[in-house]
Design a protein around this ligand. Structure first.
Ligand code: GLP
Length: 240
């Protein structure tokens, strides 16, 4: 894992975007794995700027997303589909149908199986973007005795419900289940970029960087097994 300590959120977003941009220049038909949450918004802004300035184009690119809440419709402003449109897809020109997100209108594993098929057809991603939960989750793979290899319907932990309640009217409104890529799916990317900023991420980041074991109670610790992981972390998340 290569750890890049950045001054602040803007610096983190810019540095991570520069790596993505150089990959897109090298391979315009890039396959991207995208993430939601506050961590990658600045990265998307930098990609949009590079697109506007003609440095890169998304015409030949394709993407898949990590996760989505269960039972939330695409036009709900808390859905990850809405997030991706608002923060990225509405601002750059991908080809029609190039952006794939999981969806699970009900709490039913069949939606997970469907997404596995989609991921298998999509093939290896060149880059997977990740955030990290305060409890060390990646996508919605929550700390547990066992982690899912492939896409699954997962029950959100209390810590995640509380952390994500800031986006909802109240904690009761946060969905209790989500559909999430599993660890094997996340690993099926040539390069993984993890973004972490702010004091609230310090504990998870410290354990991830300084840890000496692979621990399913810190799902991000599995990233130590991947050969090509870049962790962009701001001073606050790094030093606490
Ligand atoms: C959410 C998402 C994750 C995200 C994480 C951190 O629950 N499922 O994909 O990385 O929590 O979110 P944020 O970047 O807003 O801190």
């Amino acid at each position: 894992m290569k750890v890049i300590v950045c001054k602040d959120y803007d610096d983190m977003s810019k540095k991570a975007a520069d790596l993505v941009i150089s990959n897109i220049i090298e391979k315009p038909q890039i396959k991207l794995g995208l993430a939601t949450g506050s961590s990658p918004i600045g990265l998307y802004e930098n990609l949009i700027k590079a697109n506007d300035e003609g440095e890169i184009s998304f015409r030949y690119a394709k993407s898949v997303n990590l996760d989505e809440y269960v039972g939330i419709s695409a036009d709900n402003d808390q859905s990850y589909k809405y997030f991706m449109k608002k923060n990225f897809f509405d601002h750059v020109s991908f080809n029609e149908g190039a952006n794939i997100l999981p969806s699970a209108p009900e709490n039913d594993e069949k939606y997970a199986k469907d997404y596995d098929k989609i991921l298998d057809e999509f093939g290896q991603r060149d880059i997977q973007i990740l955030g990290i939960g305060e409890n060390g989750h990646i996508a919605f793979n929550e700390p547990a005795d066992k982690l899912n290899r492939r896409t699954s319907i997962v029950k959100l932990s209390e810590s995640t419900i509380e952390a994500n309640s800031r986006f909802f009217a109240s904690e009761e409104d946060v969905p209790r289940y989500a559909i999430s890529m599993g660890l094997s799916d996340i690993f099926n990317a040539r390069t993984i970029i993890l973004l972490a900023n702010g004091k609230k991420k310090h504990e998870a980041v410290k354990k991830l960087i300084e840890g000496t074991s692979i621990d399913p109670h810190l799902p991000a610790s599995f990233l130590a097994l991947h050969p090509n992981v870049y962790i962009y972390v701001d001073e606050e998340a790094y030093r606490g």
